[in-house]
Write a protein of this length. Sequence first.
Length: 235
Amino acid sequence: MLDKVLDRNKVLKVEICTFKGRALLTATTHFTFPRGTITKDEGHRFEPNDSVIIKGKGLPVFARNASVVVIAHTKAGDRFSFPGHVAVSTEVQLNVTLSQVEAELLPDRRRFYKVNAEIPCVVTSITRGETHVAPDSPLPFLIGDINIGGIFLKHNELVELKKEDIVAVLVSDVSGDTELTAKVLRVVTTDTGSIKGYGCEFLFINKSQEEILANFINKLQRERRALEKAEASAL
C-alpha cells in the first residue's frame, strides 16, 4: 500500500504540521511528492534527500531545518504521516526533506461514531488566513458532538468564526488538558439566519491523541447505554 502513496499521482493533498499537531500549510495543487523508496526487510524508506515540494505565492516562511510532519492524503482515503525538516522556505516555494524512516499509516477516522454531548472547552487561538490571534483569556465554547474526525462547536456570542478558520481547542474533560487543532468546514445557521455553530475537522492529531479521543468517545457511549438501560428498567 505504501508504494501507491509514494506515487505522486495518487496523493490528493499534503499538510505540513508541527510534531504537536498544529497545521502550518495545506496544499491541494502545485506540489510534488517523491515516488521512489528503498525497500528493506523493515519496510519502505525514502531515498536520501527526497523532498515534498510546494510552490505558490505568499507562502508562509519557516525556519530552515525546522522539524515538521507531512501528512499525505491519497485517492483511496488513506492518510500517511512522514517526519521531515524544512530545507527551503520562501514566499514562493517550500521544500521539506523527508526522513529515512518508515511512513506511518494513520487510523481511519470513519470507523468511530459521532456522539452527541455537551462538552465544555475553550478556544485558545484563532488563525484566519495569515492572521493568528491568541486572546488574553481563552474563549469558552460548548462542543455539541464529537468523533475522532472532528467536533461541532456551538456558537459563542463573544466571537464569530468563519469558514476556513483554524482554531486551537482545549478540552479538559477528555483527558487532562488535551489541545486539538481544528478547521471550520461549515457554519451552521438556523432558518432565520442565526448562527447555531461550526462543523470542524481535526487537521492533525497524533497517535496518542487518537487513542485518547477513542477512549473518551467509547466512555460516553457506555455511559449513554447504561442510562438508557436504567431508564428502560424503570418503566
